[in-house]
Design a protein around this ligand. Structure first.
Ligand code: ADP
Ligand code: MG
Length: 157
């Protein structure tokens, strides 16, 4: 597990960029945390780290925003869905099991469609501080987290 605290949105974005740079084809990142925790903020960093140059906006209303960086990148927000069956309409599993990187806010809402293997990131807010934990779910992500520990600039937090 990798744990750190950020003091402001810029630091959260900077951390996102550092992990985004290490992501590979097919990676799935689940972002967990309350409304306003900073999931979208972190996703902006992740997408920057994937060399997405477009402006990133929250997919709360669109469900999915697609980007083209050094890999295809999909930013999904399941907050507004009421039943996982709605995900068949958007081709959720094609995003997950394709060549791109998929970032999911509110992943629990996917219910049985939740992937088995993903990088789990939880964010907790305390005032302007954000406690961020990066936890590999499944072996595939253990080496990624090890690599993050070696590469991420720990001047944060
Ligand atoms: P979520 O997607 O989890 O609902 P957002 O990323 O949309 O959250 O919003 C996070 C809010 O918290 C933003 O208004 C941001 O400016 C604020 N904020 C304050 N401190 C931080 C921090 N350290 N990291 C990230 N966001 C922060
Ligand atoms: Mg959000």
């Amino acid at each position: 597990m990798l744990k750190l605290t950020t003091e402001n949105p810029e630091e959260t974005i900077r951390f996102g960029i550092e992990i985004g740079e290490l992501l590979n084809s097919g990676d799935i990142i689940c972002l967990q945390g309350n409304l306003g925790a900073g999931k979208t903020c972190l996703a902006k960093g992740l997408l920057k780290g994937l060399d997405v140059e477009e402006e990133v906006t929250s997919p709360t209303y669109t469900l999915v925003n697609e980007y083209e960086g050094r890999l295809p990148a999909y930013h999904i927000d399941l907050y507004r869905i009421s039943d996982h069956r709605e995900l068949y309409d958007i081709g959720f599993e094609e995003y997950l099991y394709g060549e791109g990187v998929t970032i999911i806010e509110w992943p629990d809402k996917a219910g049985p469609l939740m992937p088995d293997s993903y990088l789990n990131i939880t964010i907790k807010s305390q005032g302007n501080k954000r406690l961020i934990k990066v936890i590999p779910q499944a072996n595939k992500y253990i080496s990624l987290v090890t690599e993050m520990k070696e590469n991420v600039n720990f001047s944060i937090g």
